[in-house]
Write a protein that binds this ligand. Sequence first.
Ligand code: ADP
Length: 565
Amino acid sequence: MKKRIFIYFIILTIIGISITGFFISQLAQKYYKFEAQDKLVGMAKLIQNQIASDLRNGLPVDYNQYAAQYSRILSSNSSGDLDRNSTKIRLTFIDVSGKVVGESDTNFEHMENHLDRKEFQQALTESVGTDIHYSKTLKTNFLYTAVLVPSANVVVRVSSPLLQLKTIDQTIWNYTIVGVLAGILLTSILAAKFSVYVTQPIDQRFNDMNLELEKTVADLKDKNVKVDAIINSMGNGIIAVDNKFNVMLINAKACEIFGIKNGPGVIGINLIELVRNHKINHVLNETMRTNTSHTEELTLASPSEKILKVYTSPIKSKDNISLNSGGVLIINDITNLKKLELIRTEFVSNVTHELKTPLTSIRGFIETLRNGAMEDSVVAKKFLDIIDIEAERLYILINDILQLSEIESRQQDSNIATHNLHSIVEETISILQGVADRKHVSLDWEVQDGLKIVANKDRIKQMLINLIDNGIKYNVENGSVSIRAFKADKMIVFSIKDTGIGIPDEHISRIFERFYRVDKGRSRNMGGTGLGLSIVKHIVNLYNGDIKVHSQPGKGTEFTIRLPA
Ligand code: ADP
């Protein structure tokens, strides 16, 4: 910038001074020529007068002699005016036919006819003529002036070299060069100052703009990073596509849902090809076509089976009228929600069924009693016993349901205290000993000395009752149930092992589900509700423990529970 301004200044200066130099030179030359011409005409007129006077006085006129004589006089006369060193005045006399009749510098007899000379012709017609010729021999311009002497029919021609012309020209151009050099020097100084003066505010503005731009870019980057972080930490999948369905934006959750490995790498790829789901295709098409939002529930087969809720909305164009510029999909993975919903509806229908069975039985027996069975006291007593058993079953069932929902609703257990595990197991065994005896199943138990547990005592007892009770219920004649409690790796370990019927492999993963029974008839006959293991599992979860089953059909089952000590 500065350099350019500087160069422009210099060029302008050179051009300006050169043009001025040129015109001054032209003007000076013109002035000099006028001066010289005036002088020569004056000389010619002087000679003209002299000739005219000589002729009048009847004196003889020898033009050649005149030429030599006046040339000598005028040459010395003119020195100092035209050129101090070498101004030579040459005189020529030419008669009206163009013939040279006298000459100061050469032998006039050898000279050619001068009829065609411009100054001569002009003198004949206008009485005074001038011209400038270039002399090759003297390598300079010559000024010729011619004056007619009418009384003698002769033209006096006075000529002189225009030596000064070259000198004037040279001098002016020398001054011009000096002027240019001085101009360049002055311009350099001025340009240096001026360019700083001009460029400084511009530089300043550029610097300010640069800073502002940098700040804006940094702000934008920062905003981008924030938006990226927000979008990628969202629990819902987000995909934005253009109106050709090419992906413009995709967040981490969407990649996870659709099993897309290289998230940023799919930008620009067609979404339909990427996810290959006709429902997504359909809902997006509808959204774009109608320019309205849509919701669709769909199942995804791969990478894993999922149920998704997809909300789509068009990206409205700026003017809100023309074609939309794309669409946004918000994908909610509702697989777990759907599972819970299913479990809840299943639970409700199971509870209804479980409650209905004993109630139907109770109402049936009451009806039979009303219809006359009351009269037979033996039958009536038998029926009342059955009604009692069914009512008891109902009571147990409702109790189990209440327990389950109470444990489920808790994040942490209440009534937590430090208890001696030995006494808890002892109390549990005393409750179940009678049942075991009736079934001819022996119970043996062992608790590590001094083992303590920090927990709600009733909850631990409930857990052990359910497991030992199952060990008795699903056992064989003269079978046994062994209960062990000990500490290992900072965990309290319970092992309840029976010699019973065992559980076939295919059922093991489901026995903790509510109301799930391997053998429905046997469970019911034993007074089972199908909720026992479900309650156990929930208690274990409440204490952040884990439960494992190891079973061999026909040989027995072992449940191992580990709770953090
Ligand atoms: P239930 O009230 O029917 O006993 P549970 O939830 O306690 O319900 O158990 C679920 C099912 O698991 C039982 O119906 C039974 O088929 C099976 N089961 C539980 N414990 C044992 C065991 N120790 N031996 C064999 N089968 C068992």
